[in-house]
Design a protein around this ligand. Structure first.
Ligand SMILES: [Zn+2]
Length: 129
């Protein structure tokens, strides 16, 4: 059976605004309405979900970036990156940066509240005499 577009209505969990939207299905109307609302709290919530998604994906991106440079990050190191990224997303810290071998991993929050992952290969020859 083909799913048809339907019109749903729901109320934002934060401000209670009634929202109407078209979709094929809606498992949780309050959740979907909150995801479409423009109030401050709903936007914070949307940003939170987006950041959580980005942090989840960053594990792959870090692994991939390291692999191309023949560095194999341990699971503990990756977890540390994700935990640090989460702290940044939660605004508990403003920047998080660590190095895995010669790869520098850093998470920062942009002014609009979205999290940015930066990967840098910092291979430099250095001699200690
Ligand atoms: Zn709202």
């Amino acid at each position: 059976m083909k799913e048809e577009m339907q019109t749903f209505t729901g109320n934002c969990r934060h401000c209670g605004s009634g929202i109407m939207w078209d979709a094929k299905k809606s498992k949780d109307k309050a959740e979907d309405a909150t995801l479409k609302c423009n109030c401050n709290e709903a936007q914070k919530y949307q940003q939170h979900l987006k950041n959580a998604e980005k942090i989840k994906k960053s594990s792959e991106q870090i692994t991939e970036f390291c692999k191309e440079r023949e560095i194999a990050p341990s699971e503990k190191a990756l977890q540390l990156c994700l935990d640090g990224g989460q702290l940044v997303a939660d605004r508990e810290i403003s920047t998080y940066a660590i190095k895995i071998g010669a790869v520098q991993v850093s998470f920062k929050l942009k002014a609009d509240g979205s999290i940015v992952l930066t990967l840098k290969f910092t291979h430099s020859q250095q001699e200690e005499l």
